[in-house]
Ligand binder design. Structure first.
Ligand code: HDE
Length: 710
């Protein structure tokens, strides 16, 4: 399985065992003649066959009937959760054999094996056509096409879940989905039924804290962590088990949007995260994640201060460090959304030797649900034969028939044991999958384990771990969501729950929604925190793929812009020149510049930073263009890096930027606003460096105006 360019082809496009296999299912471009499903050439497809020019349509028009019938059956049920998603292919390689003492899974232990993968990212609540930038958990599901069969790691971008037992899943989802009488609101948790559920189910609180945090608003799928959530089990060659938690860490850092931006983007580009993934891969800027594991000896299970089987708890990295074990790169977009991203079928029970479950009751329920759901969604038991789902290993089962049977099994025998078929397919007593020999005993009963009872210490730890800005965002998010809740008793119950996490949190939220704060501070806070949970406390990442808008019009300083573009491109960022109209801009002192887009078609929420270059007539045009002024205003409000040079500073003044601006060629950089009065060849490289630093920090939350929205 090597990564080699396709013959005669695109250097970005690589081939591996899965890509090769998909080739047999790929159809050529639609360049030949139109045919029916039966391959009969079609002479005419715009008018149906009728009796007379204005007469009724004839039943014998087989082309019409086939065309309409197929169209009528184009839709399949969307996923009941995670309906909206985007996917890509890539590969995973372990760094070395460091996991060999723990697991027999070859794809995790043999650095010479590069395993093809397909990853699907998703939102949870919204329908297939909903916006990407809603406040929600993101799915992060990976199918590893290993040499030992398919392994699916079906995770999320939060390390904890809302409930402890899968039997509550339909209740949770019914509460958060649009309300059944009106089918409103779409893709939002900000409504009565969700908070009614939360207010009575304190086990939801930890995941709810994550949902109200910036983690629920990822800037990009490429910039979010992934978690397996449950405690799984590694099993070595001798059958010994080790508990394991899986982590994906993006090399681009973990970054979020702000809520006000999310709402604007939902209208301006509902495909924001999907487009970002697609475009980055097309541009050869392949997203990468490091896989990490937290390992806990089976004998050490009870040294962890909570139950490892409880999916509402995380293991702080400070307690059990995350061991980096390998790297995943996504480098190929699918050819067809429906065939691949829609039809991919993940299942928590798709395991390979070396990995096993635990008795986590949420995981046990999932092991039932995923197979069950594919049967209705993909219409029968043969969905594993769909091109995206097929393993790269050979498949030999005794299963036969069913809707959508694509293979042509040969021979007389489809049962085991047989003698007529030579005993084949034969069993694999050594290399086959063996379930871990877990000791279980106890009475049959419907009961929640005592060890699952604490629902407050980890939400509190999460809250304590946040920086001040992150806490502000959480408070505003609660304010927004509960502000949408109409039933006062639900608001009161939620505030009572928050009071058990932190009295200050409850009081701040109450004041935002005009409710009486809970009167007493009921808890003793042990001050526990896990600094690794704070996004803003993490070291700044590079600026690869960050998008910079350059606002320009006729008369712009072409030399200055070109120097900016070259420098920022060298550092991996993407620049686009936005002007009042598309076309070619005349430079103020000669030369010209291509405008990539008209300002009116874009908005600062679609970029990470904005630059206003010099050019007196260019800037004069922009200061009279409401869209350009608003562009800078929004970027400032959203705490984004802003740079301006020469006369470009005038647009910042008109937009109400309140930071100190340069009055000399020396660069002034205050709270992510980077300015210099120099232009063209005289532009100091410090301007580029300060802009780079501000982009790497992502946002400047300490703006003078202090008005950034959360
Ligand atoms: Fe899922 N989940 N889930 N889930 N889930 C589905 O399977 C379910 C849970 C997750 O891109 C469904 O094929 C139950 C936790 C992802 O195709 C369904 C329970 C986590 C995806 C289902 C959970 C997830 C799904 C819907 C509680 C994170 C999208 C369509 C017991 C660790 C996969 C489908 C994709 C999808 C059931 C809880 C992640 C109905 C019953 C916890 C990423 O089977």
């Amino acid at each position: 399985m090597v990564n080699m360019p396709l013959p005669g082809g695109d250097p970005k496009h690589t081939t591996d065992a899965k890509d090769d296999q998909l080739d047999s299912a790929r159809e050529g471009e639609n360049t030949g003649q139109l045919t029916t499903q039966q391959g009969v050439p079609v002479a005419h497809t715009d008018d149906s066959l009728s009796a007379g020019e204005r007469g009724p349509t004839l039943l014998e028009d087989f082309h019409f009937r086939e065309k309409l019938t197929h169209f009528d059956h184009e839709r399949i049920p969307e996923r009941v959760v995670h309906a909206r998603g985007a996917g890509a292919y890539g590969h995973f390689t372990p760094y070395d054999g460091r996991l060999s003492p723990y697991t027999a899974a070859e794809f995790l232990t043999d650095p010479n094996q590069q395993t093809p993968v397909f990853v699907r990212f998703s939102t949870v609540v919204g329908s297939r056509g909903s916006a990407d930038t809603v406040r929600d958990v993101r799915g992060f599901a990976t199918k590893f096409y290993t040499r030992q069969g398919n392994y699916d790691l079906v995770g999320n971008n939060f390390p904890v879940f809302f409930i402890q037992d899968g039997i509550k899943f339909p209740d949770l989802i019914h509460a958060v989905k649009p309300e059944p009488d009106t089918e409103m609101p779409q893709a939002q948790s900000a409504h009565d039924t969700f908070w009614d559920f939360v207010s009575q189910q304190s086990e939801t609180l930890h995941a709810v804290m994550w949902l109200m945090s910036d983690r629920a608003l990822p800037r990009s799928y490429r910039m979010m962590q992934g978690f397996g959530v449950h405690t799984f089990r590694f099993v070595d060659d001798d059958g010994r088990g080790t508990f394991v938690k899986f982590h994906w860490r993006p090399t681009l850092g973990v970054h979020s949007l702000v809520w006000d931006e999310c709402q604007q983007i939902a209208g301006r580009d509902p495909d924001f995260n999907r487009r970002d993934l697609w475009e980055a891969i097309e541009a050869g800027q392949f997203p990468e994640w490091e896989l990490g594991v937290q390992l806990i000896r089976e004998s050490g299970e009870h040294s962890i201060p909570f139950d490892l089987l409880d999916a509402t708890k995380l293991i702080p990295e400070e307690l059990v460090p995350v061991l980096p074990v390998g790297r995943m790169v996504l480098n190929r977009n699918p050819d067809n959304f429906f065939a691949e991203t829609e039809q991919v079928a993940f299942h928590t029970a798709n395991l390979v030797p070396g990995i096993d479950f635990t008795n986590d009751p949420l995981l046990q329920a999932r092991n039932f649900s995923y197979l069950d759901t594919q049967l209705i969604r993909l219409g029968g038991p043969n969905f594993a034969q769909l091109p995206v789902n097929r393993p790269v290993t050979e498949v030999r089962t005794n299963q036969r028939d069913g809707y959508g049977q694509h293979s042509v099994p040969r021979g007389r025998t489809a049962y085991s044991e047989n003698t007529l078929g030579g005993g084949c397919p034969a069993l694999a007593p050594e290399s086959g999958y063996h379930h871990h020999k877990d000791q279980v005993q106890g009475p049959k009963e419907r009961v929640r384990a005592e060890s699952f009872r604490d629902h407050y210490s980890q939400p509190r730890m999460f809250w304590n771990s946040m920086s001040g800005v992150e806490q502000d965002h959480i408070v505003s998010a609660f304010g927004f969501e509960l502000g949408k809740v109409r039933a006062t008793e639900i608001r009161t119950r939620v505030l009572a729950q928050l009071n058990l996490i932190c009295h200050r949190l409850a009081t701040r939220v109450a004041s935002l929604i005009g409710e009486t704060p809970p009167r007493h501070d009921l808890l003793i806070d042990d001050g526990a925190s896990s600094p690794a949970l704070s996004q803003l406390r993490q070291a700044p990442s590079g600026i690869a793929t960050r998008r910079i808008a350059i606002l320009a019009a006729d008369g712009v300083d072409v030399v200055g812009v070109q120097r900016l573009q070259e420098t920022m491109h060298d550092r991996g960022a993407v620049t686009e020149v936005l002007a009042p109209t598309e076309g070619t801009l005349d430079g103020g002192s000669g030369g010209s510049l291509a405008a990539d887009r008209a300002i009116v078609t874009m908005n600062s929420v679609l970029y990470d930073a904005v630059v206003v270059p010099c050019g007196p007539s260019s800037v004069a045009t922009l200061t009279h263009d409401c869209d350009a002024v608003q562009f800078v205003r929004d970027a400032y409000k959203h705490a984004k890096p802003i740079a301006a040079f020469g006369s470009g500073l005038d647009l910042l003044r008109v937009a109400g930027v309140e930071e100190p601006l340069a009055d000399r060629p020396d660069v002034v950089a205050e709270h992510g606003v980077v300015t210099s009065v120099a232009a063209g060849d005289d532009l100091p490289s410090a301007l580029f460096n300060e802009l780079t630093g501000a982009l790497a920090r992502h946002r400047s939350w300490d703006r003078a105006s202090g008005t950034h929205p959360s």
